[in-house]
Ligand binder design. Sequence first.
Ligand code: ATP
Ligand code: MN
Length: 481
Amino acid sequence: MTKRTKIEALLKSSQANIDVTVKGWVRTKRGNKNVNFIALNDGSTINNLQVVADPNIISEEIIKQVTTGACIAVHGKLVESQGAGQKYEVNAESIEIYGTADPEKFPLQPKKHSMEFLREIAHLRPRTNTFGAVFRIRHAMAFAVHNFFNEKGFCYFHTPIITGSDAEGAGEMFRVTTLDAKNPPLNADGSINYKEDFFEKETNLTVSGQLEGELAAMALSDIYTFGPTFRAENSNTTRHLAEFWMIEPEMAFYDLKDNMDLAEEFLKYLIKYALDHCADDLAFLEQRLIEEEKNKPNTEKSEMTLTEKLRFVSENDFERVTYTEAIDILRNSNPNKKKKFQYIVEGWGTDLQSEHERYLVEKHFKKPVILTNYPKDIKSFYMRMDEDGKTVAAMDILFPGIGEIVGGSQREERLDVLVARMDEMGVPKEEMDWYLDTRRYGTAPHSGFGLGFERLIIFVTGMANIRDVIPFPRTPGNAEF
Ligand code: ATP
Ligand code: MN
């Protein structure tokens, strides 16, 4: 194959009048009998390359096949563009057609399509400007995650996707089995005999790599996991997926404050990375949001543009408040007094709903908030008990427009306290012996948190629905392709 140059590199070229080969998909073709202008995109950048095709050089037979969606290779000269809008264009000397796209049937038209419509055409979704931008940013963020931890000496640790422990406690699980669903082997009492299953026990898809991650932190000091995570919860929201990606660092010798400092530094680093490395894609997404907002009533228009919002979050300190302080703020808030909340905040001890989280972030503090020291009864068994015996060393980070983006805690490192908590909460100790061993042999204070990767991408891209920041969304009733 002729060596091609990517459009991203061509548009940044320092010299013109060179021979080039470009390959990509046709976005649009316009022109007349004297000249044709082809907008070509190869996914390396949001920007299209303008290809100029002269009918005296490129045959009519070929030009006819250059339609929206077709894949072509163009050989020609890179020249400075006469027209406005681009620095360079390519004067085609020859065009090779790799794949035509019947204009009668091609479903993508050069107009705006709804996100719902695009979710139904798997092969074309990534070819739109919006999804191209989102997936390039998603890639950049994944790279930045590894960069951040690598620079800090963290070890990327792979925890299992199929797990034998059902006590992770983070949500409903998907069962993994090879048993015949129609005719499973049964025990005498009629229950399913998992001894005959593939792993000779019940297994599920992981809801979190944390417990395994803790084992690694007790040896390698600083580790992180970054992998797919599954929750079978039937929550049909714009913030929940059944399959999502989570980043879970776990650090020996970190207390709650160290944990918060790391999480805040991490989020700021990722957002700054996007601003520094994804400028063209962010500019496109920002414009897209501005267009969308034009149709909204003034009260719903946001005060900041996308990049202003990102800059604001990366440059300002997050607000740190305890759960107890937050409850006081909420109790005295206008929407609570006027009963505007769907769930009225009455007493200490209730869990916060996302309307409450968003009030704190968007109305009260107007910046990201780290909520700490939640009541023990609404948090997991492994969180470290505070001195007061009522709260635990938990921390959730709440973001504007999203709510919870990070959930973490200092872990309970004291064996006796941990065991008492497990008993209190009905967590089966026998199955968790492997975990309790970390507290038996060389236990250490340690902390960690989980960042939902897609929630981060929602924030950075300004997309409204979590389904539109992952290539193949899995939600209740949806696992099409
Ligand atoms: P939520 O209360 O929003 O359902 P959670 O408290 O169940 O979240 P954790 O168990 O603390 O979530 O998971 C850590 C992080 O993983 C969350 O802060 C969030 O960013 C992300 N996350 C959790 N559940 C989902 C999901 N179903 N889809 C996408 N991301 C999720
Ligand atoms: Mn949480």
